[in-house]
Design a protein around this ligand. Structure first.
Ligand SMILES: Cc1cc2nc3c(=O)[nH]c(=O)nc-3n(C[C@H](O)[C@H](O)[C@H](O)COP(=O)(O)OP(=O)(O)OC[C@H]3O[C@@H](n4cnc5c(N)ncnc54)[C@H](O)[C@@H]3O)c2cc1C
Length: 396
């Protein structure tokens, strides 16, 4: 494995960094008090993604005919992703479309579907949400019950989804529905694309412990969806769903973000004083910092190995699950140590007098807990890694 960057990569990074310096939008505090679906917030987020796309920094690898750059150099997209995080740029509002639906359509969609949906995913003109989980069907996703009956050229959909992130401002949903209730559970599922403006859809936001309403309940009552919106074959949606899950799990464990959190934790430990000296000088805290640093380094090298696989055209396979498992737990543990370092300042909330780092650690502590659960919980990742990766027997 060659860990050095080529001359061209270094020059590209320099160019991206200069662009970010000039173009990353400044934090607008007035927006942070608005609801996630407030049009002003949405428009600003869409404008940011448009600007990145115009510059060629969004999904560079997608083919040109669907609005991408057709750039097969994986290093370049990796560099852009790293620089976005280092520049503390806002996240992309179209992330679900970019990282889950798009790669799935490229793999399993028809030519017509690719032409219709991919260009607007890139520009954030259409925002997508993921309709998988249901009450009673989360870890055991294949037990989902939302029913889609094929009548003529339309599906008629009835049922309920839950924990649907961003549904309240999404234009479309990629959704799993049961099309054959008599088949074994993995075989009677189909993958359909649903226009969120279709009559019969009700979206009810749910408030998380962070105080934000990030996800929703979505109800379907006789919702009519054209048969053309089926991705893959009828009743074969489980295979398509797994293509999406692979991309989601890869996205949820970003090494650069974890490295940046670790960097900020070290800064906090050096600057915040506990019992009359910097926290970093406390032997117990030092021990915990060293342990976390070791885990961050291990994750970094694991990701580099995966990057090598991608560059060499090999599939990362279960490596992506290890990323999700390790990355999400590590982010949460980093926040937990930050709260321990802050000691009696830890219970203070964003906006309170004397709150440290404007309460970002408290917020992230709660938010990162959600990411350990979303996209498949750690226990489920461990089950799959042990069964499919290590060949251990299935539990009863
Ligand atoms: C922040 C966030 C965002 C989300 N966004 C979306 C979204 O956009 N779209 C969407 O469809 N879903 C979304 N989800 C839902 C998420 O996919 C589910 O919460 C997750 O799959 C777990 O399902 P569940 O909540 O039903 O928990 P359950 O499946 O009921 O699990 C409860 C507990 O039992 C454990 N458990 C269950 N089965 C096993 C087993 N076989 N072996 C060992 N332990 C087990 C689990 O690990 C967990 O600890 C989101 C969740 C979160 C937290």
């Amino acid at each position: 494995m060659d860990l050095s960057y080529s001359k061209q990569d270094k020059a590209f990074r320099k160019q991206v960094r200069a662009w970010m310096k000039k173009n990353v939008p400044k934090k607008d505090k007035s927006l942070s008090t608005l609801a996630p679906d407030d049009p002003r917030r949405i428009e600003r987020a869409k404008a940011w993604q448009r600007s990145l796309h115009r510059t060629g920094y969004v999904a560079r690898g997608w083919p040109k005919e669907y609005g991408g750059q057709g750039d097969s150099d994986v290093m370049r997209q990796t560099i852009v992703n790293e620089e976005l995080i280092l520049a503390r740029a806002p996240g992309l509002i179209g992330a679900s479309g970019l990282t889950m639906l798009g790669p799935t359509l490229l793999q399993c969609g028809t030519e017509q579907q690719k032409q219709r949906y991919l260009p607007t995913v890139l520009t954030a003109e259409e925002i997508w949400c993921q309709g998988y989980s249901e009450p009673g069907s989360g870890s055991d996703l294949a037990s989902l019950r939302t029913r889609a009956e094929l009548v003529g050229d339309e599906f008629i959909i009835n049922g309920q989804k839950v924990w649907t992130s961003g549904a309240q401002f999404s234009d479309w949903m990629f959704c799993l529905v049961r099309t054959d209730p008599d088949a074994p559970k993995h075989r009677g599922i189909s993958y359909v694309l649903i226009d969120m403006k279709t009559p019969g859809i009700t979206v009810r936001p749910l408030v998380q412990m962070t105080g934000d309403a990030g996800f929703n309940e979505v109800f379907f009552e006789d919702v009519r969806v054209p048969r053309d919106n089926l991705v893959g074959d009828l009743h074969q949606g489980w295979m398509v769903a797994n293509a999406t899950l692979f991309h989601e799990r890869n996205m949820l464990g970003s090494t650069t973000r974890t490295q940046m959190m670790m960097h900020n934790l070290l800064r906090l430990a050096r600057s915040h004083r506990r019992y009359g000296k910097p926290a970093a000088e406390d032997p117990v805290i030092r021990q915990k910092l060293a342990e976390l640093l070791g885990r961050v380094e291990a994750m970094k090298y694991h990701s580099l190995r995966q990057l090598t696989d991608v560059i060499k055209g090999r599939r990362a396979g279960l490596g992506a699950m290890v990323n999700k498992l390790v990355g999400t737990e590590l982010n949460h543990d980093i926040c937990a140590l930050a709260l321990e370092i802050m000691n009696s300042y830890a219970p203070l909330k964003r906006g309170a007098d004397r709150v440290i780092d404007n309460g970002v650690w408290q917020y992230e502590f709660m938010f990162t807990l959600g990411l350990i659960i979303g996209g498949g919980t750690s226990q489920i990742q461990k089950n799959i890694i042990s069964e499919r990766g290590l060949g251990m027997p299935k539990s009863g």
